[in-house]
Design a protein around this ligand. Structure first.
Ligand code: GUN
Length: 246
């Protein structure tokens, strides 16, 4: 259900700005070969500038193999190993949408990163790892906490900026925070029919300097980043092959 909602939002956003989008909704038991065939077809289609495979995939499909099959120049989700490597080498490439959106948000609100202490909760390929790398590339001092971290509060209390991306409703509370911190809540969990974040918003709002709400914070930024990446892919393709797709 969550994927259906995210894909629906992406479709609507494309339509709003005038990007043509196609959703290929495959059966849950689709084989890896069939999915790879579709990706190869889209790789070769000069009318297609961007491809994304909505995650998570059913267990019988190997995400790493699927993501590697996407043409890195069409990888608007930034999950192909070539784009992952470029981020780690601080080179230009496609950046995963949620981390890119967080950086756009911080920049828009003029939150300085250089020399700041950033604590990231979560080490996923989609958010934790890439946001840590982006922050490091902006000269922040970055700590990544995860399920095996001892005493998470010890780290988060010492942070200037906390990014929470662990998918546990209302996890971060007053016991983890101190005054004047910037808190970025990446979590979206459905609880009793409501969408809630990884942060106990009302317990920390009085003491923090800034905080992103859920819904309506990081989520919309993810969508915007996807549009930005797709526009960038289109522009690059036009530079390479100005007559393609016309
Ligand atoms: N699943 C949850 N968020 C995302 C995303 O940004 N991209 C993809 N491909 N899958 C997701």
């Amino acid at each position: 259900p969550a994927s259906q909602s995210y894909v629906g939002q992406k479709e609507k956003a494309c339509a709003r700005v005038g990007l043509k989008s196609s959703v290929f909704k495959l059966l849950e038991n689709t084989s890896q070969e069939v999915l790879l065939d579709l990706i190869h077809q889209l790789n070769q289609d000069t009318n297609v500038d961007g491809i994304l495979v909505q995650l998570p995939l059913p267990k019988h499909l190997q995400s790493s193999v699927i993501l590697q099959a996407i043409d890195p120049d069409k990888d608007v989700d930034g999950l192909h190993p070539i784009n992952v490597a470029k981020l780690y080498a601080n080179q230009k490439g496609f950046v995963p949408c949620t981390p890119k959106g967080i950086m756009t948000l911080l920049s828009a609100y003029k939150v300085e990163l250089s020399g700041k202490k950033v604590v990231v909760l979560g080490r996923s390929a989609l958010v934790g790892r890439p946001i840590a790398q982006l922050m490091l590339n902006q000269n922040a001092t970055v700590t990544v906490c995860h399920s095996k971290t001892q005493d998470i509060a010890h780290h988060t209390k010492d942070a200037d900026i906390i990014v929470v991306a662990i998918g546990k409703a209302h996890f971060l509370n007053r016991t983890h925070t101190t005054k004047d911190q910037v808190i970025i809540d990446v979590g979206i969990t459905r609880v009793d029919g409501h969408l809630v974040g990884d942060v106990a918003f009302y317990y920390v709002i009085d003491t923090c300097a800034m905080i992103t709400p859920v819904p309506g914070g990081v989520g919309p930024m993810t969508i915007i980043s996807l549009l930005e990446n797709t526009l960038e892919a289109y522009q690059e393709h036009m530079l390479e092959k100005p007559h393609a797709g016309l």
